[in-house]
Design a protein around this ligand. Structure first.
Ligand SMILES: CC(=O)N[C@H]1[C@@H](OP(=O)(O)OP(=O)(O)OC[C@H]2O[C@@H](n3ccc(=O)[nH]c3=O)[C@H](O)[C@@H]2O)O[C@H](CO)[C@@H](O)[C@@H]1O
Ligand SMILES: C=C(OP(=O)(O)O)C(=O)O
Length: 420
C-alpha cells in the first residue's frame, strides 16, 4: 500500500496549474455513450476515477482511446453490448451510476449495482430514480441492483426535493432524447452541470437554463459526436488556495475560473489571506496579515462547497480564534476530524456542526485518509505540522487529484509517495 510522507514545509511559493475537473469529466464521459459517433475530450485529468469510468464504458461496449500524456480521451460506442454496471466497478466509484441515464436513453434499459453509502454519508439515489420514473421508466430493485426499463421515454416536469448534482445530471442525460419537453426544477446549479449541458448541446441536445434552478430540455431524436474541453477543477483550485494560506505562502494558481471559486475566495479573505485575480490566474497570499477564524456553512452551489470543508478545517485549526463549520450537504462528512485531532487540532463535533479552537501547533502523526477530501486536508495539515505526517490509504486522494505530489513539490512542499 502506498503512503504519503509530508514534512513541515514553510511558505509555499511559485506556480501551480490546475487540471480538468473530475466532477465534470465523469458525467461527460457517461454522456458520450448517448451517440454511436466518436466524442473527443480534452483537458481530461489522469485520475483513478477516470480510469474506472474508462473501464466501465469499455465493459458497456465503448472503444476508449486514452492519451493520458496529452490529457485526451476518445470515446466511440457503436453498439451497447450490455446495459449493466457491475458491483465490481460501482463499489470503486459511486459516479458509475451516472451511466444509468444515458443507458436508459439509448437502449431503454439500465441495470446498475446499488452504490450504497460511503465515508461521507448514506448517499441514496432515490431522486435519480424518481426522475427516471417521471419520464416513464419502470424501476425494479433487487439483489443489490436497480433496474430502469422503458419502451419509450416521454418528457415531463420533475421537481427535485434537493438540488442533487448527480440526480440533475442523470435525469438531464435521460431526458435529452425523450419525446417532448422536460422541465427540471430545483436542480443543482454547479459549474459541472453547465459543462455537461454544454457538451450535450454540442452533441445536438436542446438544453436551456443549466446553471440556474430550472432546466428545460426539448427532446431530440438522436445525438451526434462532439469535441469538448473540460473545465478546470474548482476543488483542486480551492485545495491549492488553502495550501498557500495554511503555509503563509504566496502561490500563483493557473488555469482557474475565478467565478467558480467565489465562496472560497470570500472565506479566505475573511481569514485575512489576500486573493488577487490576474490574467494568469489567482494569486493567493497567506503572508500579508495574521490569519484569523471564520465560520463556514456548506451549501449547494453557489454556496460554500462541501468538497472544500475538510481542507478549510485544517486551515481553521491553525489560525487565531475559534470557528464554527456547519456541514449541511452530507450527514457524516467529519471523518477527518479525529485524524486532525490526533495531529493536535482541537475540534469538537456537535451533530452537523464542528467547533474549531484555532492557533494549534500541529504535530506530524500517522493518519488515515478516509476519503478523497479528508486525505487532502491531512496533506495540508501535514505541511504545517512539526515532524513527519504519514498518510495511509492515499488511493482515496489519487481518485481525484492529478499529479498531487508533483504539483505540491513544484511549489516547495516536502512530500513524497512511498510504496510499502
Ligand atoms: C462525482 C460528483 O460530481 N460528485 C459530487 C456530487 O456528488 P453527488 O452527485 O453524489 O451529490 P448529490 O448532490 O447528489 O448529494 C447531495 C445530498 O443529496 C442527497 N441525495 C442525493 C441524491 C439522491 O437521490 N438522494 C439524496 O438524498 C445525498 O445523500 C447528499 O446528502 O456532488 C456532491 C455535492 O456537491 C459533491 O460532494 C461530490 O463531489
Ligand atoms: C465526494 C466526492 O466525490 P464522489 O462523489 O465521487 O465520491 C468529492 O469529489 O469530494
Amino acid at each position: 500500500m502506498a503512503k504519503y510522507l509530508v514534512q513541515k514545509s514553510g511558505p509555499l511559493r511559485g506556480e501551480v496549474t490546475i487540471s480538468g475537473s473530475k466532477n465534470a469529466v465523469l458525467p461527460i464521459m457517461a454522456a458520450a455513450i448517448l451517440t454511436d459517433e466518436s466524442c473527443e475530450l480534452t483537458e481530461v485529468p489522469a485520475l483513478r476515477d477516470v480510469d474506472v469510468m474508462c473501464r466501465l464504458l469499455g465493459s458497456l461496449g465503448s472503444k476508449v482511446k486514452e492519451e493520458y500524456k496529452d490529457n485526451k480521451l476518445e470515446i466511440e460506442t457503436k453498439d451497447i453490448m450490455t446495459c449493466e454496471a457491475p458491483y465490481e466497478l460501482v463499489k470503486k466509484m459511486r459516479a458509475s451510476i451516472l451511466v444509468m441515464g444515458p443507458l436508459l436513453a439509448r437502449t431503454g434499459k439500465a441495470r446498475i449495482a446499488l452504490p450504497g453509502g460511503c465515508a461521507i454519508g448514506a448517499r441514496p439515489i432515490d431522486l435519480h430514480l424518481k426522475g427516471f420514473q417521471a419520464l416513464g421508466a419502470k424501476i425494479i430493485e433487487g439483489h443489490g441492483y436497480v433496474e430502469a426499463v422503458a419502451d419509450k421515454l416521454i418528457g415531463n416536469n420533475v421537481y427535485l426535493d434537493f438540488p442533487s448534482v448527480g440526480a440533475t445530471e442523470n435525469i438531464m442525460m435521460a431526458a435529452v432524447m425523450a419525446e417532448g419537453i422536460t422541465i427540471l426544477e430545483n436542480v443543482a446549479e454547479e459549474p459541472e452541470i453547465v459543462d455537461l449541458a454544454n457538451f450535450l448541446n454540442r452533441m445536438g441536445a436542446k438544453i436551456k437554463g443549466a446553471g440556474t434552478d430550472t432546466i428545460k430540455i426539448e427532446g431530440v431524436p438522436a445525438l451526434h459526436g462532439a469535441k469538448h474541453s473540460v473545465i478546470p477543477d474548482r476543488i483542486e483550485t480551492g485545495t491549492f488556495m488553502v495550501a498557500a494560506a495554511i503555509t503563509r505562502g504566496n502561490v500563483l494558481i493557473k488555469n482557474v475560473v475565478p467565478d467558480h471559486v467565489k465562496p472560497i475566495i470570500a472565506k479566505l479573505k475573511e481569514c485575512g489571506a489576500a486573493v488577487e485575480i490576474t490574467d494568469d490566474g489567482l494569486i493567493v497570499r497567506g503572508d500579508v496579515a495574521p490569519l484569523t477564524s471564520t465560520d463556514i456553512k456548506t451549501l449547494p452551489y453557489p454556496g460554500f462547497p462541501t468538497d472544500m470543508q475538510s481542507q478549510f478545517m485544517s486551515l481553521l485549526a491553525t489560525v487565531k480564534g475559534s470557528s464554527i463549520v456547519i456541514e449541511t450537504v452530507f450527514e457524516n462528512r467529519y471523518m477527518h476530524v479525529g485524524e486532525l485531532n490526533r495531529m493536535g487540532a482541537n475540534i469538537k463535533i456537535e451533530g452537523r456542526s464542528a467547533v474549531i479552537q484555532g492557533e494549534k501547533i500541529l504535530q506530524g502523526a500517522q493518519v488515515i485518509s478516509t476519503d478523497l477530501r479528508a486525505g487532502a486536508a491531512l496533506v495540508l495539515a501535514g505541511l504545517t505540522a512539526e515532524g513527519t505526517t504519514e498518510i495511509s490509504e492515499i488511493y482515496h486522494i489519487e481518485r481525484g487529484y492529478e499529479k498531487f505530489v508533483e504539483k505540491f513539490r513544484g511549489i516547495g512542499a516536502t512530500i513524497i509517495r512511498v510504496e510499502e
